[in-house]
Design a protein around this ligand. Structure first.
Ligand code: NOJ
Ligand code: CA
Length: 532
């Protein structure tokens, strides 16, 4: 995959349950998404990534899959999905799916058979089942904790008078982990990716891509040097992606593989990337970084260096369906009491990401400037919320999954005519897409303008980074394309203005007069940088 377009895709992530509901059941669906495809195309993105839409009981909203070869009836039908692929392609939009190989739903036929077909049946081997510790196995096999909180083990049926057995679930108890040493599991997932590639799906985001294999001997977590490499990131996983990559490359055009890889270091992440494994991986340091010129500068250069070593394009995202929306992380903080600075910061962040080489992922709603919603506890749905210990302040991920506001004068801001699966805050009509579309000063209009600029200007989407550093609160990034150089300056400070000297300003995130040469708090500027 070396073509320029593949190396600089802007992908719009769609959390489909919350995107657009066509039939009033309160859950987004294919027909609703099809209604909004023009909106997606107008935004100017190259691809969409759909969170899992396979049949699922919904214990983790689609990340608990009970059938990998179909779509959930809440979402629509397989034939509607085929048409969705065609519609996307006719608009020149690629379609990426999510594949969930680390675990299945406890309602998947394999787990049901493992539970129901008698002690020692063949299906048990497909899961990770171990004897407990202590008297008659009454304690879990080791101290591993679920990512969502609480022990990562739950009871598994055991013969009369026998030692209690437990099955492993690194997430919710309704998401039993698979045993990837079994050929049946490997073959199944190869069939899964082929099935969707044959349907012209352009690629997969791989959920928990570093999972799959667990440390042999299941040592206690407390004995690990770090919290990742012990139960995750085992060497056997690479062989799986080498095989997947061969499958992806056997298609025309070759299909894409992007990993959700949590590795304990960038060196370990590197081992997943390259010509024979994944095309790219998210950089979670960039997604979780604090607001600081030096932190941003360091993370950008580390990710760029890593990707250079691996020979893959870097990938950038500020938000997704698991994290607090970045409006709330960066734009609505006490030091930016004035909404104007917050909004300027937000626009600058977008202008910055658009001037980085590689792939960008946008999370639906960020283009409307949506904040993290304050979901009442009684309405929360995320299993991570329910698995927290009582003293925890973590509320789970519902706040970033609240449905999209489409219209400023309809019930539920136009998302559904029924009862939305998560409540839409009443003031979200103020963010409605229909209003933002006609307001040139809106965040949506800004996103569209900057994405158009990125498309027209190869120095923004391709080329290389010549230099990046922070001086005090100012991030300075020099981009090189051909024999031309451009500079991106961003002011992370709250009060100080900086002088822009020497070079010609070609864009600024405030979109104020180009000739005044003050870089305001929160502002970003692109400069044409005459090299000679
Ligand atoms: C990562 C996904 O992004 C998250 O939403 C999910 O809960 C876990 N993987 C488990 O599949
Ligand atoms: Ca629906």
């Amino acid at each position: 995959m070396s073509g320029e377009s593949q190396d600089s895709l802007v992908t719009y992530q769609i959390y489909w349950r919350s995107f657009s509901d066509s039939n009033g059941d309160g859950i987004g669906d294919i027909a609703g998404l099809v209604d909004r495809l023009d909106y997606v195309a107008d935004l100017g993105v190259d691809a969409i990534w759909l969170n899992p839409m396979y049949p699922s009981p919904g214990a983790d909203h689609g990340y608990d899959v009970s059938d990998y070869f179909d779509v959930d009836s809440d979402f629509g039908t397989l034939s509607e999905f085929r048409n969705l692929i065609k519609s996307c392609h006719s608009l020149n939009i690629k379609i990426l799916m999510d594949v969930v190989p680390n675990h299945v739903s406890s309602s998947h036929p394999w787990f049901i058979s493992a539970l129901g077909e008698g002690i020692g049946n063949d299906y048990e081997k497909l899961f990770i089942i171990r004897d407990g510790k202590g008297e008659l196995g009454s304690e879990p096999p080791n101290d591993w904790q679920s990512i969502f909180g609480g022990p990562a083990w739950s009871y598994f049926p055991t013969g009369e008078g026998q030692v209690q057995r437990w099955y492993l679930h690194m997430f919710d108890s309704e998401q039993p982990d698979l045993n990837w040493y079994e050929n049946k599991v490997r073959e199944h997932f190869e069939d899964v990716i082929r099935f969707w590639f044959d349907m012209d799906v352009d690629g997969f985001r791989i959920d928990v891509a570093h999972g799959l294999f667990k440390a042999s001997g299941f040592p206690d977590m407390s004995t690990f040097d770090d919290d990742v490499s012990g139960c995750w990131d085992q060497p056997e996983v690479h062989e799986i992606y080498r095989r997947w990559r061969k499958i992806a490359d056997s298609y025309d055009p070759p299909r894409l593989l992007i990993g959700e890889v949590y590795a304990s270091s960038r060196e370990r992440l590197l081992q997943y990337l390259g010509d024979d494994q994944l095309h790219s991986a998210f950089d979670f340091a960039f997604l979780k970084q604090e607001w600081s010129a030096s932190v941003f500068s360091e993370n950008i250069s580390k990710n760029v260096d890593l990707c250079k070593k691996a020979g893959v394009p870097p990938t950038w995202a500020y938000s997704n369906h698991d994290e607090i929306r970045h409006w709330s992380r960066y734009a609505s903080i006490p030091s930016a009491t004035d909404r104007t600075i917050g909004e300027l910061r937000y626009k600058s962040l977008f202008s910055l990401i658009c001037a980085l080489p590689g792939n960008i992922y946008l999370y639906n709603g960020e283009e409307l400037g949506l904040p993290e919603a304050d979901v009442p506890d009684s309405d929360r749905q995320d299993p991570a919320f329910f698995r927290q210990p009582p003293e925890s302040e973590y509320k789970g991920r519902d706040g970033c999954r609240v449905p999209m506001p489409w219209s400023n004068n309809s019930k539920n801001a136009g998302f559904t005519t029924g009862v939305p699966w998560l409540p839409v805050p009443s003031d979200w009509v103020n963010y409605a897409a229909d209003q933002q579309k006609i307001d040139p000063m809106s965040i949506l209009s800004f996103y569209r303008r900057v994405l158009a600029l990125r498309k027209e200007n190869n120095w923004m989407n391709a080329g290389s980074i010549d230099d990046i550093f922070a001086e005090g609160d100012v991030l300075s990034l020099t981009r090189k394309f051909g024999d031309k150089k451009y500079k991106v300056l961003m002011n992370f400070g709250d009060s100080q203005h900086y002088k822009i000297e020497g070079e010609q300003v070609i864009f600024r995130s405030s979109e104020e007069e180009m000739h005044h040469n003050d870089l305001m708090p929160g502002e970003l500027a692109y400069l044409f940088y005459n090299n000679n």
